[in-house]
Design a protein around this ligand. Structure first.
Ligand code: ADP
Ligand code: ADP
Ligand code: MG
Length: 459
């Protein structure tokens, strides 16, 4: 049962944050600024975590493995009942895009701070998302909407023309994707993609689209309330990726034609109003040869939301809470100012690219004007092998993109994390490259860059 959003006039009194790490802290801080009490949930591995210390209440929800704690919907609902929370914020990852969880929250009398379960289901399946947005003139990558025909994947791939990309309909984080350059590679690639997809999200459905050779990843941040107001908070460029995962993001996305953006804003607004979408969300596109191709919509707060917040001076988390408690959007026509860049600090072995858990023996975080740190790190902390290795986000804001790059360079060089390996050096290297500085990045730039570096070492 959905709440009657229109009848709600009060802000929530107590919010349970169903997440961990930097994003749990981010949400707790926003709640405190709104005078809302917070409830942290934590696994055994996280008993000393910062989000547990900063919250007003904390409840242990199980063992360290995510399936036994942060992904255990029933235990999280029981925790909310125990402490008398009135709403649940899922953060990102874990249960954030789980329609069943959103439904369970509402059925148990808790407001889910996110879109309605129907919206989560519609957009959670990338094939249905593509089909839902096409009638509004939001075009997908060629091939990806052809799935109601009786054609097999092989017939679709032939019709599209190689190279094609096999993609999982439900998995995220770049999992279940395979580039296929010829028909004879297709069966094996399909098998691998299906297995990976099933492992990631217990669903092996895959589809196929044209593989774009040099796109930029451009995404639109949206906020919609229950009264039909839709706000598009500009675009982010998230082209710097490794293994289909973003590591540097920025806003605004530069060098895009204003007229095309304006048209697309109109289409997105119409689509979200018609689909009665309520809450924050992101529509992701690939941009190549002057065309925007829709790839997916994320019905949640995104990892890189701070770069948008910096240039518009808004708080997306507070706005999510505001919308979920039945108010109209509190932002009207925000002005854009300056340039923001985010770097994701990942605990990983820089050579092998595998996670590097361990104890942080020394820690120095950067600071100063225009530097924002989203992190729950502390000296002596055990970076657990159980969770995502993204441990800290450095966000800088400055007047121009060049100033922001310089500021990021200083921030990264001041950052000191000892005891574990991180991608800090790689980030410093990337933002110094001429192709990055000169706005020539595509989603393939990093792979090409690392391949070139490897070739130099092995020659
Ligand atoms: P996920 O759910 O894993 O985020 P997306 O569909 O958003 O999946 O794609 C993630 C990334 O994979 C994109 O940002 C882009 O770099 C790459 N990608 C996705 N579709 C294509 C495509 N058709 N051609 C080239 N690259 C693609
Ligand atoms: P976005 O589309 O917001 O950039 P991604 O598609 O990169 O997000 O997916 C979110 C990433 O964050 C995933 O790799 C996921 O495993 C990871 N993740 C999920 N929850 C957390 C968390 N609490 N702390 C750090 N990383 C997380
Ligand atoms: Mg994506």
């Amino acid at each position: 049962m959905q709440p009657n959003y229109l009848q709600l006039t009060q802000m929530f009194k107590r919010i349970l944050v169903a997440n961990r790490g930097e994003i749990a802290l981010r949400i707790i801080r926003a709640c405190h600024e709104l005078n809302i009490e917070t409830v942290a949930v934590y696994s055994i591995a996280d008993r000393d975590a910062e989000h547990v210390r900063c919250a007003d209440h904390a409840i242990c929800i199980g063992e360290s493995a995510p399936s036994k704690s942060y992904l255990n919907a029933s235990v999280i609902i029981s925790a909310a009942e125990l402490v008398g929370a009135d709403a649940i914020h899922p953060g990102y990852g874990f249960l954030a895009e789980n329609a069943l969880f959103a439904e369970m929250c509402e059925a148990s009398g808790f407001h889910f701070i996110g879109p309605k379960p129907e919206s989560i289901s519609l957009m959670g399946d990338k094939i249905s998302a593509i089909k839902a947005l096409k009638p509004f003139g939001i075009e997908p990558v060629p091939g990806s909407s052809d799935f109601d025909s009786d054609k097999s994947l092989a017939q679709c791939a032939d019709a599209i023309g190689y190279p094609v990309l096999i993609k999982s309909a439900f998995a995220g984080g770049g999992r279940g994707m395979r580039i296929v350059t010829s028909a004879k590679e297709l069966p094996q690639a399909m098998k691998e993609a299906e297995l990976e997809a099933e492992h990631a999200c217990q669903n092996r459905t895959v589809y196929v689209e044209k593989y774009l050779e040099s796109p930029r990843h451009i995404e639109f941040q949206v906020l919609s309330d229950a009264f039909g107001n839709v706000l598009i908070l500009g675009e982010r460029d998230c082209s710097i990726q490794r293994r289909y995962q973003k590591i540097i993001e920025e806003a605004p996305a530069l060098n895009l034609p204003d007229d095309q953006l304006k048209t697309l804003h109109g289409k997105i607004t119409k689509a979200l109003q018609s689909l009665s979408y309520i809450g924050a969300g992101t529509l992701e596109f690939l941009y190549q040869d002057g065309h925007f191709y829709f790839i997916e919509m994320n019905t949640r707060l995104q990892v890189e939301h701070p770069v948008t917040e910096e240039i518009f001076d808004v708080d997306i988390v507070k706005e999510q809470i505001n919308i979920a408690s039945g108010h109209t959007l509190s932002i009207i026509n925000p002005k854009q100012n300056g340039h923001a860049i985010e770097c994701r600090i990942v605990a990983e072995d820089p050579v092998k690219g595998i996670p590097s858990p361990g104890v942080i023996t020394q820690l120095r975080l950067p600071g100063g004007p225009g530097v924002r740190i989203e992190s729950d790190l502390y000296q002596g902390q055990m970076v657990s092998p159980y969770y995502d290795p993204m441990i800290c986000k450095i966000v800088v804001h400055a007047k121009t993109r060049d100033d922001a790059i310089k500021r990021m360079q200083c921030a990264l060089s001041h950052l000191l994390i000892e005891g574990i390996s991180t991608n800090r050096e790689a980030l410093i290297d990337i933002i110094q490259q001429s192709w990055y500085k000169n706005l020539k990045s595509t989603t393939h730039s990093l792979n090409l860059h690392f391949k070139a570096a490897k070739d130099v070492i092995s020659s």
